[in-house]
Every structure is written in structure tokens, then in C-alpha cells.
Design a protein around this ligand. Structure first.
Ligand code: F6P
Length: 322
């Protein structure tokens, strides 16, 4: 392949810029022309496609967000618009593209690949909800950002002897809550993958109080069915202690990417370029047990998620009152 494109799509994730940088420079190194497609599939449909040069990706490695911008495209869910996207790429002579994004972005890529475009999926989302890969770009940074917030919350929460419910992102995936809760010393973790009713939550907090805990920390995934403010009110009634719900929201999606995210982005994007250079069919690139892997895009989207219940159980042991 001689001409390739790259776009970032869906929610931005720290490390997306590192992927763009690697793709552009590895492509140029191989003698290819690399195009940046702005605003995800929306920009593709509108023909916002620009030639990228070596220096156009200078000084972006350390920056969160994405210089290409991103969007969630509802148009691209319709076949006629996917067709339009393929025609747009044909008009620029682009035969293959790299899509940096999550589940929905990969599904858009799969539709596009059915129109004759080779699509390389590079996993970019803080949610860590692409099951074919152990980690997605942005997840590690977001977990560390949440950990910093938990550290701050612990100061004020213990001083006031309160219960705090920290609600983190992740859509239908509990990994952000699980990993930050485990490493942040949460008393209770609430994730969509595991049932837990309000009585059980109250019991756990009361057990902690009875054994002298100065405060309680509950890390709750946004996908867990209960409302955080309502939970705080019930906890106050049942435990006699003040409770607060804290929702950091988009703060956890920004910030300079960690080394782990920069490296994951760099090696997966470089691999994507190599595959396009070798005229490969559509693939998803990721990591498994520390090794770089590639899988047919369609197959990657069929992989069932495996929840790390071992980590969840460990948190339950470490967080219980005794
Ligand atoms: O997919 C990343 C994510 O931040 C999710 O965790 C969250 O549910 C969603 O995006 C928020 O989407 P938006 O940016 O469209 O509000």
C-alpha cells in the first residue's frame, strides 16, 4: 500500500497522540503517504483529510487528547454513509486506514472493511472494554488519574469520618473501578459485572465502622445500576455517618499519558502501519500476556470479555472490616 490514513474516534484517550505520531512517522519511513482524517468518521464523511508530514506530529507524544480531534458519528451507523466514507477514501487514493478507538469505532471500521478498505484497529479507550486485548490505550493513565483523586479524597474523607462513593467511567465495563479500587484500597468496589444490593453495601460499611475504620471508600463504576447520590443518602441513613458522592467525570479522560500507554500506542500503531504496508486484510492489534498480537478484525469483536474476579475477590478480602 502506498497511501494510508489514520483517524481517532469515540471518546478521546491519553496516548492517542502517541499512536498518531508512530503511524505517521513509521509510514513516512516506509515511503508511504500518510493522511490524517479529522474528527473521526465524521471528518471522513466530510472529506476532512490532510496530508501529514514528519514534523506535523512533533511535540505531541506527551499530550493527552487527540490532535486529530474525535467524534461519535451517528451517520456512520448507516450503510449509505459507510459507502460514502469508502468513496471518499477512494477519491484520495487511500487504500487502508488505522482506526484508533474503542468497540463502536472498531465496528464502524469493520463495516468500512466490507466496502473494500483495509482497516487496522488500534485499541484506544480509557474503558479497557475490548476483550481481545489485555489493555487499551488510555486505560493505565485513567487508572492513575483516578488513583490520585482517591488519594486526595482519603485525606478529607478520613478527617470528616465520612463515606465516599467515587463514581468512575467505563460504560459497561468495570475495569476502571476494579483496578483503581484495588490499588486505591477501596472498601467496596461496585461493577456492572457483579451483583451487589444496597443492604450488602451498607453491611460492608457498617462492618468497617464497627472495627474502627475512620472512613469508607466505595469505588463504583458508572455502569453499576445504582445512582451514586441515592446510595449516599441511604448510606447516611443506615450508617449514621455522612456520605458523599464524587463524580470526577471527564477529568479522568484527560492528562499526559503514562509510559505504559505511550508504549502501547507506539507499538500497536507501528504494527498497524507494517500490516498496511504488506497489504494485509483488516486486523485488530493489541497485547496479550505482554506480547503484541494481531487478530482478524471481525474475530476480535467476537471475543467475550473475561472479568478479573480474582482481583475483585482480593479487594473484598483486603477491604473488609475485621
Ligand atoms: O468511552 C469512553 C467514555 O469516557 C466512557 O467511559 C463514558 O461512558 C463515555 O465515554 C462518555 O461519552 P461522551 O464523551 O460522549 O460523553
Amino acid at each position: 500500500m502506498k497511501k494510508i490514513g489514520i483517524l481517532t474516534s469515540g471518546g478521546d484517550a491519553p496516548g492517542m497522540n502517541a499512536a498518531v505520531r508512530a503511524a505517521v512517522r513509521c509510514g513516512i519511513e516506509k515511503g508511504m503517504e500518510v493522511y490524517g482524517i479529522k474528527r473521526g468518521y465524521e471528518g471522513l464523511l466530510d472529506g476532512e483529510i490532510v496530508n501529514m508530514e514528519w514534523h506535523s506530529v512533533g511535540d505531541i507524544l506527551q499530550r493527552g487528547g487527540t490532535i486529530l480531534r474525535t467524534a461519535r458519528s451517528t451517520r456512520f451507523m448507516e450503510d449509505r454513509w459507510v459507502e460514502h466514507g469508502a468513496r471518499m477514501l477512494n477519491a484520495f487514493g487511500i487504500e487502508g486506514i488505522i482506526v484508533v478507538g474503542g468497540d463502536g469505532s472498531f465496528r464502524g471500521g469493520l463495516d468500512l472493511s466490507e466496502k473494500g478498505i483495509s482497516v487496522m484497529g488500534v485499541p484506544g479507550t480509557i474503558d479497557n472494554d475490548l476483550a481481545y486485548t489485555d489493555y487499551t490505550i488510555g486505560f493505565d493513565t485513567a487508572v492513575n488519574t483516578i488513583l490520585g483523586l482517591i488519594t486526595n479524597i482519603r485525606d478529607t474523607s478520613s478527617s470528616h469520618e465520612r463515606s465516599t462513593i467515587m463514581e468512575v467511567m467505563g460504560r459497561n465495563c468495570g475495569d476502571l473501578a476494579l483496578y483503581s479500587g484495588l490499588s486505591g484500597g477501596a472498601d467496596v468496589i461496585l461493577v456492572p459485572e457483579v451483583e451487589c444490593d444496597i443492604n450488602e453495601i451498607c453491611r460492608k460499611v457498617l462492618q468497617g465502622q464497627a472495627t474502627g475504620k475512620a472512613h469508607s471508600l466505595i469505588v463504583k463504576a458508572e455502569g453499576f445500576k445504582m445512582d451514586s447520590n441515592e446510595m449516599a443518602r441511604t448510606l447516611e441513613e443506615m450508617t449514621g455517618r455522612e456520605a458523599r458522592a464524587v463524580v470526577p467525570g471527564y477529568i479522568q479522560r484527560g492528562g499526559s499519558p503514562t509510559e505504559k500507554d505511550r508504549r502501547l500506542a507506539t507499538v500497536t500503531a507501528a504494527k498497524a502501519v507494517e500490516l498496511l504496508y504488506n497489504d494485509s486484510s483488516s486486523k485488530a492489534i493489541g497485547v496479550s500476556r505482554g506480547e503484541l498480537i494481531e487478530m482478524d478484525l471481525a474475530d476480535a469483536l467476537k471475543v467475550e470479555p473475561v472479568f478479573r474476579s480474582d482481583l475483585y475477590e482480593l479487594t473484598n478480602v483486603l477491604g473488609k472490616g475485621r
